[in-house]
Ligand binder design. Structure first.
Ligand SMILES: [Zn+2]
Length: 502
């Protein structure tokens, strides 16, 4: 082994992956922990990434006929109880509001809650039950269907162990809710939204995903079918990047969403729900970032280029500053997908720390511009996904900027695809399966393993208990083939995806 290069982030991924992750977030100035346990403060650089995610996904949802709406933050306890599996699934992580005012506490001083509510309110962990209540009101005939809604909101799930972006008690997300006249239509919608998620995550976040179906034990509480997309992080763990649920008539029955069908008969609607959250940002960080900090795919980057003018002390630097401004203006004329190229100029006088700040923030392209570059009509540029820097003719650079960004976007995606390929194995031998995961730890958290599974809960539970490995999904494209369950050896007809997961 050669001697280690100095990195901007300590520890490195190899040394301590979870600590590296926290440090990347800190060094990029995306977010920080808040005084409230389990909640985070999303700072402008992190929030701009989320805004770009929201803007693009919103366009994609609307292209499928979905409209946005907003429903209350509080859900009466009795609503949540309408679907038995649902309330059971969320009961252990609910924030509950029981009082509506404060009054002086005469015994202990200060204030104490008062005005007990007749019925406790739950801070929404998800909104099926309260949206169902509205849908029931709005639906009387088959002509009122389908209802295709989405809500951009925050939700609360009281997590005991939290990590910024990946698992926080309060998080930002979107939740789609649809109601349909037929089972077939609802099933089609479930898959359509999974397609939208796949397209967004692969084309914008540059994260390749495996599409599939959850096993019954991993389903959304109350769903008949949960479909999902799963991505491999650099430590070879899986991250669920989005889910789309076919809810059958379970929630329609709970909320009484009925309608007169074409034959004039009263029928229950068929519903779906689907969601993605700020977790995707965590996935993006863990897919692309390196030991020098954050790496952001250009298509969702808050800005694409930073210009770093080389300034001389004691000079007014007029020429360099004007040249930087005109370069910014020229670049911003360029269209990059749905936005124009966005450029920052950083004039801070902080020496070498200035360039490193932008490396750690993951801006796609850095440009240095000094008097000598201006004389030669050149810029000195560096791409965040490559270590080399190069001098380029200024006009050429302006002409090629969108190609450079597209190329970086593709490079990040291809790198992730290759990493997944290199770390995905078909295993048919139980010992081999156990050895692989038993010796995996830290940065090297095993692999994606495609193995046969007989379909029993028991085998799934045993593997989870022994190895903390779960079935991430039954991939849609896994072919039918004869085999034997990796756990019990019974007959199985297809392979499923096993991994350790976030
Ligand atoms: Zn089995």
């Amino acid at each position: 082994m050669g001697k280690k290069n100095k990195t901007a982030i300590t520890p490195t991924r190899e040394d301590d992956y979870p600590a590296w992750y926290q440090e990347v977030i800190k060094a990029s100035d995306m977010a920080e922990n808040s005084p409230v346990r389990g909640c985070m403060v999303i700072k402008p650089w992190g929030y701009a990434i989320w805004e770009n995610i929201v803007r693009q996904m919103d366009i994609m949802f609307k292209e499928t006929g979905v409209k946005n709406a907003y429903f209350p933050l509080f859900i009466p306890l009795s609503y949540l109880e309408k679907e038995a599996e649902h309330v059971e699934g969320f009961a252990k992580e609910c924030a509950v509001v029981t009082h509506h005012k404060l009054e002086p506490d005469k015994e202990n001083g200060g204030l104490k809650p008062a005005g007990k509510l007749a019925e406790p309110l739950i801070v929404r962990p998800t909104s099926e039950t309260i949206i169902g209540e509205s849908m029931a009101k709005w639906t009387s005939s088959y002509r009122d269907l389908p209802i295709l809604l989405n809500q951009w909101a925050n939700v609360v799930r009281w997590e005991m162990r939290t990590r910024m972006f990946l698992r926080t008690s309060e998080f930002l997300w979107q939740e789609g809710h649809t109601a349909h006249a037929t089972e077939q239509e609802a099933k089609k919608r479930t898959l359509l939204m999974l397609d939208v998620y796949t397209k967004f995550v692969e084309e914008y976040l540059a994260m390749p995903v495996i599409r599939g179906r959850k096993t019954p034990s991993e389903r959304f509480p109350g769903a008949e079918d949960t479909t999902c997309i799963e991505a491999m992080m650099q430590d070879k763990r899986a991250l669920q990047a989005g889910t789309s649920h076919f809810l059958g008539q379970n929630f329609a029955k709970g909320s009484n969403i009925t309608f007169q069908n074409e034959e004039g008969k009263e029928a229950f609607a068929w519903t779906t729900s689907w969601g993605t959250s700020t977790r995707m940002v965590g996935g993006m960080i863990m897919t692309h970032s390196d030991d020098d900090g954050l790496v952001v795919p250009p298509r969702i980057a808050p800005a694409h280029v930073v210009i770093l003018p080389i300034l001389k002390k004691g000079s007014d630097n007029r020429e360099v500053l004007d040249s930087a401004q005109s370069l910014k203006d020229a670049l911003e004329q360029k269209q990059f997908h749905e936005r124009h190229v966005e450029v920052e100029i950083d004039n801070r006088d902080i020496g070498g720390a200035r360039g490193w700040d932008w490396v750690k923030k993951g801006i796609p392209v850095r440009v240095e511009l000094g008097p000598r570059d201006i004389e030669k009509n050149c810029v000195f540029m560096a791409r965040r996904d490559e270590s080399k820097k190069q001098s380029m003719n200024r006009e050429e650079f302006i002409d090629q900027i969108t190609d450079v960004l597209d190329n970086m976007q593709d490079n990040l995606f291809n790198r992730a695809v290759n990493r997944r390929k290199e770390n995905t194995f078909e295993i048919d031998d139980k010992d081999q399966f156990y050895q692989l995961y038993k010796k995996s730890k830290g940065f090297n958290n095993g692999a994606f393993v495609m193995s046969h599974w007989c379909g029993s809960d028991q085998c799934e539970t045993d593997i989870k208990k022994d190895l903390s490995v779960t079935i991430r999904c039954i991939p849609f494209d896994s072919p039918t083939e004869d085999g034997h369950c990796i756990c019990c050896g019974n007959a199985s007809s297809r392979r499923v995806l096993f991994a350790k997961a976030y």
